[in-house]
Design a protein around this ligand. Structure first.
Ligand code: ATP
Ligand code: MG
Length: 430
């Protein structure tokens, strides 16, 4: 029997071995978001349960089955956020960010859903989300999609993902379509899977999303939302398609793409991959012009998306991008020279900003320290032993392919390293 405490199922640690890839992904994403002039917003992880019930919709998988909801000590019902849009709308409205102005915002952080954990599906997962407010025209729909397309390029994933696109029309369009769809599905009720039979009465559009082969067969002959679109929703969709065509972003129209959250209308899109089995959607979003009003604000057009970082990390692990080495200079010393090593490292950190400078601490043989230096990925090992202290110089070993060693005066070390690092970086960028 063990009395060790373990993590909660579906809530995973990201270990030091994995964090460089996460950081690399996050840095690239931040750079792309900055390149489009989007601003970061930081939001609480816990919100009132009511926000999600009203925002996402009572009859959705998330609200019905997946939320972590609890009463706090004051008996208020609180929920760990299952997604970021509702909280972002709440904050933007609460702080007057939507008054007479447009906003292009992004956020990142953990989300929580009680689902069956598997590769690419966990109970605490992480998203980067984008929300734009105040722009009703399809140019902004195109921009958020272009932004994601640029990110895939930056991550080297462009050839792994496909853009799926659909329009859900306006409220009236969907209401008319819902009637036609329900009438059709009722005729074939017995051929639908159980989940879809339930959804048929409660949230019929979600039946389109079913993965059940029998249901999919029935759906082949179902009425199409595309045939129930009003002029305005159609023009909006055509406008978006023309912009994507002009920008050279390929897409496939998926008439069954409906999304699991109630707040979407008009544009919906997903970036999908075939490389992750059933967990194939890496990024999903669309237009939600009704949500701000639904949460108590003025009518405000809005478009956004969320992307799952765990799934992107899984794709990147297969691609193995070359990551920058975190340590470039590894300082080894024996116990006698340790004070000198620590002070030298401080000097080098001032002289070489941006370089990772690692100092061995604690007692261990120089030979072992040098072995660890070679394994660390550092470019240089600095050696300060008894001889060096006595004779007033410092040894530097060039690691990697070279096994050269140099003796330098202490005063010359920073300048020498700076020049060598510059040369090596130039070489690598050729
Ligand atoms: P799925 O159909 O895979 O359940 P979803 O439609 O519920 O996804 P969204 O609510 O649109 O997902 O969330 C946006 C993105 O967040 C998804 O495309 C996915 O990349 C990621 N995501 C959603 N749920 C999870 C989860 N439980 N674990 C890991 N990533 C997730
Ligand atoms: Mg889901």
């Amino acid at each position: 029997m063990s009395n060790k405490i373990t993590s909660i199922r579906g809530m995973n640690d990201v270990l030091p071995e994995q964090t460089p890839l996460w950081q690399w992904l996050e840095q690239r994403a931040r750079a792309v978001l900055a390149a489009y002039g989007y601003q970061e917003i930081r939001l609480p992880i816990v919100e009132r349960t009511e926000l999600f019930a009203r925002g996402i919709g009572e009859v959705t998988d998330i609200v019905e089955k997946e939320m972590y909801t609890f009463a706090d000590r004051n008996d208020d019902s609180l929920t760990l956020r299952p997604e970021g849009t509702a909280g972002c709308v709440r904050a933007a409205e609460q702080h007057g960010l939507l008054y007479n102005q447009t906003q292009r915002l992004w956020y990142t952080g953990p989300m929580f859903r009680y689902e069956r954990p598997q590769a690419g599906r966990s109970r605490q997962f992480h998203q980067i989300g984008v929300e734009t407010f105040g722009i009703a025209t399809p140019d902004i729909d195109a921009e958020v999609i272009l932004l994601t397309a640029r990110l895939w390029k930056e991550l080297g994933l462009s050839d792994q993902v496909t853009l799926e696109l659909n329009t859900l029309g306006d409220n009236d369009d969907r209401a008319r379509y819902r009637e036609a769809l329900v009438a059709f599905l009722r005729e074939h009720r017995e051929r639908l899977d159980e989940d879809s039979q339930n959804r048929l009465e409660r949230n019929p559009l979600r039946v389109l999303d079913s993965k059940d082969p029998g249901t999919r067969e029935v759906l082949e002959n179902a009425p199409r939302l595309a045939d129930h679109l009003g002029d305005e929703a159609r023009a909006h969709f055509d406008g978006l398609r023309a912009l994507l065509d002009a920008a050279g972003v390929p897409y496939v129209i998926n008439p069954n793409l409906v999304r699991g959250l109630d707040y979407y209308g008009r544009t919906v899109f997903e970036w999908t991959t075939t490389a992750l089995g059933a967990q194939g959607t890496v990024c999903a979003g669309g237009r939600y012009d009704g949500l701000v009003q639904q949460l108590g604000g003025k009518p405000t057009p809005a478009v956004g998306f969320g992307m799952g970082l765990e799934r992107l990390v899984l794709l990147l692990e297969k691609r193995r991008p070359e990551l920058p080495e975190p340590i470039s200079i590894y300082i080894t010393s024996d116990q006698v020279a340790r004070p000198e090593a620590l002070i030298l490292a401080e000097k080098l950190r001032s002289a070489l900003p941006g370089e990772g400078i690692f100092v061995e601490c604690g007692p261990s043989q120089l030979k072992k320290q040098l072995k660890r230096a070679r394994e660390s990925g550092a470019m240089f090992a600095v050696i300060i032993g008894e001889n060096e202290v006595r004779e007033g110089f410092i040894s530097v070993s060039v690691l990697g392919d070279f096994t050269e060693q140099y003796k330098l005066f202490k005063e010359d070390l920073a300048g020498w390293l700076s020049l060598q690092l510059k040369n090596l970086k130039n070489l690598n960028s050729l």
